[in-house]
Design a protein around this ligand. Structure first.
Ligand SMILES: *Cc1c(COP(=O)(O)O)cnc(C)c1O
Length: 492
């Protein structure tokens, strides 16, 4: 398989190169040049095994890795770090199914790909005979940061630098990051929101001074955000796994189409679903769920992307995003020759908006639907689902759940639908406790954690319970225009 940048159409890259580079030199994202169908004979699957399916799906895309290399990486990624041996769990509330993707070491779905990415990078380095250190830059809306830190901590030949919005993540998310151990880890709070952090990181990738320093010092810069294709492809796996598991459980028949509902921020998770559909998985609709930062909802409905709007801080902070990076990959796919992605992105950078041709909009609407939830909807959903089904969900999952209810009411579509649950409710304890009506107000999030444990009768995940006693290691803060200097300082 060969990859190409979304912004220029000539140079081709092998998967290993694209993984190491993270972002193309022209600022574009790497995309596969073709999507051959995956020969996946579900009837031969006896009992679905996450690691086997991962190998099948990932080797389809990353065919420059040997079978041994890939199997080794997969084996080391999906091990006892996950708190269930199946790696993901599917809860059955037929016709609604909840796919829990938060059983990894940091309790958010980012672990699904970030447990694997460091191993892919080490292998890719070997393949390309790169002896230089790789420095991973990541901007985080809260969950990528910790998952990337956990994945790369103490991995030889790598350093990881994470920028998070100082006031834009939950307390637990922040604690998880600033208590991270490992000599090769750096965590910095940015005085801005996620878009500022992400824009800052993308600028660093294209900065001439930085490039020169890196060349002189023989360091390679890469990315752990979902702009890296090495993060995106491992996310295709759980769409396949879910389908195989539902077949195995007898809740769907061979070839039966199902829907997926995805709480969306940077458009990485849902794009992986789109890629799954492109290579042949029987998906009918992909429902893009947004919170009050509903720029994607407007875009999917109208074909107009407009980031000139208020930025809201919501209780689902990992989706507080107005510039969704991975949308660029979808644009590349649906616009073809009518308009270049570079033109659209230039408009976005200069005017803050762009329009796509109506034929491209029609194509998007063939696959995608959209709905969004405001803060009251989200709270109400957490409460009613808990009272009705005894199921406790986090704020991001609740956004998706409510979006699904809206979609179903509007369309009457009642086929089997999988809602992706992207984080443990314990990661957003204060908001979830508040939704359940906890009245005693303290500023101690650990009180809220205890409240949730009592109320739901579930165990507090060990990695969250232990945060209380962890020393704070990373205290650096910076302004959003100081990110470049921070990186230079850290490496010199
Ligand atoms: C990152 C994240 C999202 C959004 O995923 P994208 O791939 O950025 O669209 C949703 N929920 C949670 C909990 C997340 O951490």
């Amino acid at each position: 398989m060969l990859l190409i940048s979304t912004r220029s159409g000539n140079e081709l890259f092998r998967p290993a190169e694209a993984i190491i580079r993270g972002l193309a030199d022209d600022g574009g994202l790497f995309v596969p040049t073709e999507f051959p169908p995956l020969e996946f004979d579900f009837s031969t699957v006896v009992k679905p095994d996450y690691k086997e399916i991962a190998f099948k799906v990932i080797s389809h895309f990353f065919d420059d890795f040997s079978e041994e290399e890939l199997k080794n990486a997969i084996l080391r990624a999906y091990d006892e770090k996950f708190d269930i041996s199946d790696i993901v769990d599917i809860k059955n509330y037929d016709p609604v199914f909840i796919l829990e993707l938060f059983h990894g070491p940091t309790y958010a779905f980012k672990d699904m790909a970030l447990s694997l990415l460091p191993h892919l990078m080490v292998k890719a380095k070997e393949k390309l005979s790169i002896t230089e250190d790789v420095v991973i830059l990541a901007a985080t809306s809260g969950d990528t940061g910790k998952a990337a830190l956990a994945g790369f901590a103490n991995v030889p030949g790598t350093k990881i630098i994470v920028f998070y919005p100082q006031d834009g993540v939950s307390n637990i998310q922040k604690l998880q990051m600033i208590t991270q151990e490992g000599d090769n880890t750096f965590v910095i709070g940015v005085d801005g929101n996620f878009d500022d952090a992400q824009t800052g990181v993308k600028k660093i990738f294209q900065d001439k001074d930085i490039k020169e320093i890196f060349n002189n010092k023989k360091i390679i810069l890469s990315s752990a955000n979902s702009i890296n294709i090495g993060r995106l492809i491992p996310q295709v796996v759980y769409y396949y796994y879910t389908y195989a598991k539902m077949l195995y459980d007898g809740v769907i028949k061979h070839g039966e189409e199902i829907n997926f509902v995805v709480p969306t921020g940077n458009f990485g998770n849902i794009l992986a679903g789109y890629y799954a559909k492109k290579i042949g998985l029987p998906i009918k609709r992909l429902l893009c769920a947004s919170n009050e930062n509903n720029v994607l909802y407007d875009f999917i409905m109208s074909g107009n992307y407009n980031r000139n709007r208020p930025f809201y801080k919501t209780m689902s902070p990992s989706m507080d995003i107005l510039i969704s990076s991975n949308l660029e990959r979808l644009l590349y796919d649906v616009t073809e020759k009518q308009v270049t992605v570079s033109e659209l992105i230039n408009n976005l950078n200069s005017a803050g908006s762009y329009d796509i041709p109506s034929i491209a909009k029609d194509r998007i609407q063939q696959y995608f639907d959209a709905a969004w939830s405001d803060e009251d909807d989200t709270k109400e959903t957490i409460k009613t689902v808990f009272e009705h089904d005894g199921y406790l969900m986090d704020t991001h999952t609740a956004v998706a759940y409510h979006a699904y209810q809206d979609y179903r009411r509007a369309t009457g579509d009642d086929i089997k639908t999988v809602i992706l649950s992207t984080a443990s409710p314990y990661k957003f304890s204060s908001s979830v406790a508040d939704a359940l009506g906890k009245t005693s107000i303290t500023n101690d999030e650990f009180d809220d954690i205890d409240f949730l444990a009592r109320k739901s009768g579930s165990l507090v995940p060990s990695g969250i319970a232990c945060l209380k006693d962890r020393p704070i290691i990373h205290k650096t803060l910076c302004k959003k225009d100081e990110m470049k200097e921070q990186v230079i300082q850290m490496l010199t």
